[in-house]
Write a protein that binds this ligand. Structure first.
Ligand SMILES: [Zn+2]
Length: 204
């Protein structure tokens, strides 16, 4: 009987440990703002029938559709074709105080040979150190996509300087470069980029 009691106590202890809720780190909600640049009268970069405002909106909408992670809350500065001012975008961001801001753009250059994606961060940002760490891991993530040339650069763009949260501006590639353009307008590449960005955000 004694042994049975001992066994029962051991079993109870084991069951208690096994089923005691562990401190939940996985339930922490990550809040992200995706800044969908340009919109409305502001087309951003344009070439032929392609425009930056439509390409970045398409990627953003795909990310929104694909996101089934309840611990990842993504806010967008726009979800349709209108243009919010930079000041309005920054106010929206600073009110939300997200964990990360990702501003999506498409690049252009008079030199058609300029190509590749670029991640911009600002040393004038309060959250520069975090933004730099985020840019480095996003760079590794994006290198697994067809847009595998990804450089990190510094610039004092309005949104980078004025957002209080860690902010990274992503130029996905050059619409003015043949190779980049073919990738940026290819639905399967757009899909890959959207999934890659979403995967990155889910791991934050
Ligand atoms: Zn832009």
């Amino acid at each position: 009987m004694k042994n049975f009691v001992k066994f029962s106590i051991c079993l109870f202890a084991f069951v208690s440990i096994a089923f005691t809720p562990q401190p939940e780190t996985s339930n922490k909600e990550t809040v992200v703002v995706i800044d969908v640049s340009h919109g409305g009268d502001d087309f951003g970069v344009q070439l032929g029938t392609y425009s930056e405002k439509e390409l970045v909106l398409h990627i953003a909408n795909q990310i929104d559709l694909l996101n089934t992670n309840t611990n990842l809350k993504i806010h967008f500065t726009r979800s349709s074709d209108f243009n919010a001012t930079l000041k309005q975008r920054v106010e929206f961001i600073n009110d939300l105080q997200p964990d990360l801001v990702l501003s999506l753009h498409i690049n252009e250059n008079k030199d058609e040979n300029a190509s590749g994606a670029e991640l911009y961060i600002s040393e004038a940002s309060k959250a520069f150190v975090q933004a730099e760490a985020i840019a480095k891991s996003l760079q590794l993530q994006l290198k697994t996509t067809p847009i595998n040339k990804v450089h990190i650069k510094k610039a004092n763009y309005f949104i980078l300087k004025n957002s209080e949260a860690p902010t990274v501006l992503l130029q996905l590639g050059y619409l003015t470069n043949d190779t980049d353009r073919k990738l940026l307008v290819d639905p399967s590449v757009q899909d890959h980029i959207s999934k890659s960005i979403l995967g990155f955000l889910s791991e934050l």
